[in-house]
Design a binder for this molecule. Structure first.
Ligand code: DGY
Length: 428
């Protein structure tokens, strides 16, 4: 069974490879997505390290002059996706792209690639990508932490990668959608509408996009005036992990000039994350930087603290208590939102379903701090979901049913790089 699934996962990555870059799935997502590519590279690297590097290199081709790496690269126009290149107002950039970023997983991937193969060719490739990653991280620490608080904000729910998380509902409700006009969604022609964000969400997504386009994606204007600007534990923890990985790469290359800057980012985040601690809930949540309000629910990103190297007992003990409570409520973990919260919906995108990439990151962090039983529960649940429902985009935590797109690249990638029993036996 496991060997068969290994083969299917490889076939999916190869079928979604459009020639040096990979789409998440056919139909629903016909372009290159940022954090998808970072996970995909890890999957490719299990059987072709060169192809893993290439995925990161093609992603970085879309980097803007200010360092930002966009969340979507529109290499060729495909009318089956909305909002496509003409909507974003980014025609003069390196490649047609969206106007904001996505969780910066790439440096963590590059560290994995480099540790697999430290040949002279790998060192050369690392030398080329390192300054680009450094510039992207610098962009995040300035553009999206404009006041130097040590937490990373998102200017759009799409920037978080967790599009319709219930924690965005409150901040996004203030977005004026009166100028959005008519538009036709394409996503619901591929996937059941019950598994996707609602129309209210899309109206807000488009209004925020219009704001970004009108200010030409200017970081200062966004930080000061964007209708949505919310500090996100997901991006903040992924960034902190990626900064630690970038620091290790800087050491490997003896890039001593870069060390103090990266160390400063890490120190600032280690202090800053306290802002994301919701003391009433005893969990890391979002923080609306306009209103000062914390998110009111525990999301799967609350469990990324160990992945980011945060091990302080004050945070860890309540976090693990939430984890155990939540896992006792579902057949398959880790749900993207707390099943005890009224906003939980088991099949609707980021309002409840299980996502393999989150499982991989949460379990990696847990294993690194010695929480091996919890890490194994997550891995085994992931195996059970994929065995039951295939390489779906996401899964219902109660029934195990697959949801969203099929033959999904990042689910295949985390299978190959982490969940697969054959991989696990190799590691043992
Ligand atoms: C989508 O189109 O649903 C994507 O998540 C946006 O990044």
């Amino acid at each position: 069974m496991s060997a068969d699934l290994d083969k299917i996962a490889i076939d999916i990555l190869q079928a979604n490879d459009l020639g040096g870059y990979t789409i998440p799935t056919k139909g629903l997502y016909p372009y290159q997505w940022n954090w998808d590519s970072a996970f995909v590279a890890q999957g490719f690297a299990t059987f072709d390290v060169n192809r893993g590097w290439q995925e990161i290199e093609t992603l970085l081709q879309g980097q803007w002059d200010d360092g930002m790496v966009p969340h979507i690269l529109f290499r060729k126009d495909d009318p089956t996706y909305f909002p496509g290149p003409s909507v974003w107002g980014t025609q003069n950039r390196a490649l047609p792209s969206s106007g904001h970023s996505q969780p910066p997983v790439a440096a963590s991937t590059v560290r994995l690639l480099f540790e697999k193969d430290q040949s002279a060719t790998s060192v050369e490739r690392l030398r080329v990508v390192f300054p680009k990653l450094l510039a992207w991280h610098r962009w995040y620490h300035t553009a999206r932490d404009f006041d130097g608080r040590g937490v990373i904000a998102v200017m759009h729910p799409w920037e978080s990668g967790r599009d319709n998380l219930p924690d965005w509902d409150g901040p996004a409700a203030r977005v004026d959608t009166s100028g959005v006009g008519d538009y036709v969604r394409k996503d619901t022609s591929f996937v059941n509408a019950d598994m996707r964000p609602r129309k209210t969400d899309y109206d807000r997504y488009l209004a925020i996009l219009q704001f970004g386009r009108e200010c030409n994606w200017d970081a200062e204007k966004i930080a000061r005036d964007a209708p949505f600007y919310v500090a996100d534990p997901g991006v903040t923890f992924i960034q902190l992990r990626a900064d630690r990985d970038l620091l290790a790469l800087a050491h490997a290359l003896a890039e001593t000039a870069a060390l103090p800057e990266i160390e400063e980012w890490i120190a600032r985040a280690e202090q800053g994350i306290d802002l994301l601690w919701n003391p009433d809930l005893g969990a890391f949540t979002t923080l609306d930087l306009r209103s000062g309000a914390h998110g009111e629910g525990v999301s799967s990103a609350s469990f990324l603290a160990p992945y980011a190297g945060i091990t302080t007992a004050k945070y860890l003990e309540p976090t693990l208590a939430h984890f155990d409570r939540i896992m006792s409520k579902v057949t398959y973990g880790v749900p993207s939102y707390d099943p005890d919260h009224p906003a939980f919906e088991s099949m609707r995108y980021w309002r409840g379903p299980v996502w393999g990439i989150l499982n991989y990151m949460i379990a990696t962090g847990f294993a690194e701090i010695g929480e091996t039983e919890r890490a194994e529960r997550i891995r085994k649940d992931t195996v059970a979901l994929i065995e039951k429902s295939g390489f779906a985009e996401y899964f219902d935590p109660i029934s195990g049913q697959g949801a969203g797109g099929n033959s999904f690249s990042w689910t295949s990638a985390i299978w190959l790089n982490w969940a697969s029993p054959s991989r696990h036996q190799q590691a043992a």
